[in-house]
Design a protein around this ligand. Structure first.
Ligand code: ATP
Ligand code: MG
Length: 285
């Protein structure tokens, strides 16, 4: 039985649970539970605070975990990063009061300053790498109010949109560490654990490949098929089926969502009609 530690509440909880659903592993997310077993996969979910997940996986209490890369790096434990999961994206940055921003002249600015953070290890490494001598003030929550409260001169904290910094009169001056949610594995996986982990990875990959893809079908004059094949480079080649009406066929293909409207414009120009755009759930290459 694979035990997977995920965040019990907070930013990564919903997307972690949704990910299991996307890969066909049912998990009872009834929030009250500490441990819940899947009904259709040999897996149980252990709900924890994100700070505890790296250690729980490193110690083997859970075989796998879903957690921010920032927490893994900060805790410095021995776990394998199995997959980047593409959600929970953020960075850890140095920020200073906006009023001081005109004096900012690069990382050396932080010499002799007090910096508040919940990520002392990542910060310590950055300061050492840049030869900066600053004082680290460890705060576990509401780091962004530290300068206004007189606790520190600057902060080193998580930023995603930057809105929290702006509303606290701070300016981001150095982006130090990039993070997203990752699937981690501990050192003591059994052969059986590995087998189920491989199955999870296979399913995750099929979901990842399908992200940002759309399935296109359309009716096309037979005479335009050659042109359409040039517009639609599918996985192997587009599927073409005859229609009952003479001189027409139906063409199917998968396109990147980013190119969708451009492709549709080109296809209409060569006579495509009745274009349908469908979502793609999974792609098994
Ligand atoms: P817990 O109660 O589990 O300790 P927490 O308050 O420490 O939760 P959350 O704020 O829920 O943590 O954030 C969890 C993770 O989400 C972070 O460690 C980070 O990887 C990611 N994340 C993404 N964007 C942001 C953001 N804007 N602010 C904070 N965390 C973010
Ligand atoms: Mg936490």
């Amino acid at each position: 039985m694979l035990r997977v530690a995920i965040q019990s509440k907070g930013r990564l909880n919903e997307e972690s649970t949704a990910l299991f659903q996307e890969i066909g592993i049912s998990v009872d997310d009834s929030k009250r539970k500490f441990l819940s077993q899947s009904a259709n996969f040999p897996l149980e979910v252990l709900y924890m605070r994100d700070d505890d997940i790296p250690q729980v996986v490193a110690s083997g209490t859970a075989s796998l975990g879903i957690v921010g890369l920032n927490e893994v790096e900060e805790k410095g434990v021995n776990v394998e990063i199995v997959e980047r999961l593409g959600f929970g994206g953020c960075r850890i940055s140095l920020a200073i009061p906006k009023a001081e921003a005109a004096d900012y002249d690069g990382p050396q600015y932080f010499n002799g300053k007090r910096i508040a953070t919940s990520y002392p290890n990542i910060l310590r490494k950055y300061l050492a790498d840049n030869g900066i001598d600053a004082k680290i003030e460890i705060i576990t929550g509401s780091v962004e109010i530290a300068p206004a409260a007189g606790i520190a001169d600057a902060i080193f904290d998580i930023v995603s949109s930057g809105g929290t910094l702006v509303s606290n009169g701070l300016k981001e001056v150095e982006k130090v560490f990039w993070s997203e949610a990752v699937l981690i594995a501990g050192p003591g996986l059994t052969d059986e654990d590995r087998k189920y982990l491989d199955e999870i990875r296979f399913r995750l990959d099929s979901v990842k490949v399908s992200r940002g893809k759309k399935y296109l079908l359309m009716n096309l004059p037979q005479a335009s098929v050659e042109e359409a094949v040039k517009i639609l480079p599918a996985m192997r080649s587009p599927t073409i089926m005859p229609l009952a009406a003479d001189g027409w066929c139906s063409m199917h293909s998968v396109v990147n969502e980013a190119d969708l409207w451009d492709k549709i414009r080109q296809l209409k120009a060569i006579g495509a009609e009745g274009i349908l755009v469908l979502n793609v759930d999974k792609i098994i290459p």
